[in-house]
Design a protein around this ligand. Structure first.
Ligand SMILES: NC(=O)c1ccc[n+]([C@@H]2O[C@H](COP(=O)([O-])OP(=O)(O)OC[C@H]3O[C@@H](n4cnc5c(N)ncnc54)[C@H](O)[C@@H]3O)[C@@H](O)[C@H]2O)c1
Length: 443
């Protein structure tokens, strides 16, 4: 939670901004959340707004301000390309709306910090979409870690082995770019698994070594393969293995080991061994920790049961329910800005280590690196030059300018305080150089 919510709301009106692939899951799952309903949708592409609006029988818009003027909205769902999340989230905050933001939170530390500051100021709720935390096996793992069943957690690993075709990357201009996708298999797909292991270990990542590569796709600027090792502050070690080049995909495995237990799941629990055996362990292994899916009766619709639609819908519906309940009751929600930010910072650390040839990178990071994949085919860097060096979104440029001028002001003041006219002159002389340096850094 980022702050207290207005109380006394009976049904929350949700609006989806960005009517692409994932918006359909938001639309369907919102229909199964108590105390919430989809009230409007918006996309800058008219046909997309129309298609989603007609599918869920709600008003649709191409102008987000007009949407707010015409429909009373409580919660904005950010379903736009990742590098654009800060723009929509900050707009929601400025209009004092709650916001449920797709993963990743955004693609740079600077953009995420803008979002955090905006919600601190607005006093409305921010919720991050890491719905995999609501997967029943993940919940069982978390409970076992917290109750000490693993003993001392020694290692955790996550493998996100997906197979994405070249056509997938070509299905949207933003896919596979640093500016808007923020990275490749890690920032887009494995981000869920990076979040899961940091959440399960429950201790901050302190240092990272990593390699990334672009091995099986073309005409994208980002990595399709990555491996990383992590050191957590509590001493545990972690491994991340992500790719979108694993035919046929997708597989997602999470493992946690400790001196009193070790367990693993890949969709369902496949290993679950503890020194303190408990009666429920047998059932957990037999069912994989997944409740049996409810099947709709012949000819019946799935109605209000997400299980009838599958595990993916169950996770989203639970994530939305938790967020809606928190707003309604004015209690904290589990996945606010600080939580949503963690996985992205780890991934940015991985990119930085890979960029430096696998050198150790320590967290917290001070600023976002420009991530360059390590195993580029010869001549590739030249071909995609424009995409490798991200142009920063406008809000971030403004943010950096403001920060630079605030720093300059502070430097000016301290120079004055030293009351040396000479010192002031020297600072003034330095400015053009710093400006040139900042400009170079932004390219
Ligand atoms: N939680 C998950 O498992 C999951 C799965 C898929 C995608 N996602 C995330 O959801 C986001 C969207 O992914 P997608 O696959 O749906 O992409 P998409 O390209 O299918 O859809 C994005 C939509 O946003 C619209 N858009 C772009 N800029 C806009 C703006 N300024 N205002 C309004 N609309 C705008 C586009 O026209 C497009 O219709 C990404 O951040 C992605 O990482 C999450």
């Amino acid at each position: 939670m980022d702050s207290q919510a207005p109380k006394g709301l009976v049904v929350l009106n949700h609006a989806i901004v960005g009517c692409g692939v994932i918006s359909n899951i938001h639309g369907t799952c919102l229909g199964m959340v108590r105390g919430s309903r989809l009230a409007a949708v918006m996309d800058i592409v008219p046909e997309k707004a129309k298609a989603l609006g007609e599918k869920y029988n709600v008003p649709y818009f191409t102008d987000r301000d007009q949407m707010l003027r015409e429909v009373p909205i409580d919660v904005v769902h950010v379903c736009t390309p990742s590098g654009n999340h800060h723009e929509i989230a900050m707009w929601a905050a400025a209009n004092r709306k709650h916001c449920f933001c797709e993963k990743p939170m955004d693609v740079t530390l600077e953009a995420m910090d803008l979002i955090t500051a905006a919600f601190k100021k607005s006093g409305t709720y921010y919720g991050g979409c890491f719905m995999n935390r609501f997967n029943p096996p993940a919940q069982l793992f978390k409970k076992a870690v917290e109750s000490g069943r693993f003993g001392r957690v020694t290692t955790a690993s996550a493998q996100c082995l997906w197979g994405r075709t070249q056509e997938y990357y070509e299905s949207g201009d933003w896919r596979g770019t640093w500016e808007l996708d923020g990275g490749g298999c890690l920032m887009n797909q494995a981000v869920h698994y990076v979040d899961l292991i940091q959440w399960l270990v429950g201790s901050p990542v302190k240092s990272i070594r990593a390699y990334t590569g672009l091995l099986a796709h073309e005409r994208i600027a980002v990595e399709d393969t990555a491996v990383a090792i992590l050191k957590f502050a509590n001493g545990a070690l972690g491994v991340i293995h992500g790719t979108t080049a694993a035919y046929p995909g997708p597989h997602g495995t999470v493992e946690v080991c400790g001196d009193k237990g070790n367990a693993s799941y890949d969709g369902k629990i496949i290993r679950w061994k503890f020194a303190d055996e408990q009666a429920e362990d047998k059932t957990i292994l037999e069912t994989g920790g997944v409740p049996p899916a409810a099947k709709p009766a012949d000819g019946a619709t799935t109605g209000s049961d997400p299980a009838a639609l599958g595990a993916y819908h169950v996770m989203f519906t639970r994530a939305f329910q938790e967020f809606s309940d928190a707003i309604q009751s004015g209690t904290p929600n589990a996945l606010g800005t600080a939580e949503h930010r963690k996985a992205v910072e780890i991934i940015l650390g991985i990119y930085e280590s890979a960029r430096r040839g696998g050198e150790e990178v320590r967290l917290p990071l001070k600023k976002s690196a420009i991530p360059v994949p390590m195993s580029l085919p010869a001549g590739y860097a030249e071909k995609v030059k424009g995409a490798i060096h991200p142009t920063l979104p406008e809000a971030m440029v403004t943010f950096r300018k403001k920060r630079a001028s605030a720093k300059k002001g502070a430097r000016g003041k301290s120079a004055k305080a030293k009351s040396s006219g000479k010192a002031a002159k020297a600072t003034a002389k330095k400015s053009p150089k710093s400006a040139r340096k900042a400009k170079r850094g932004r390219k």
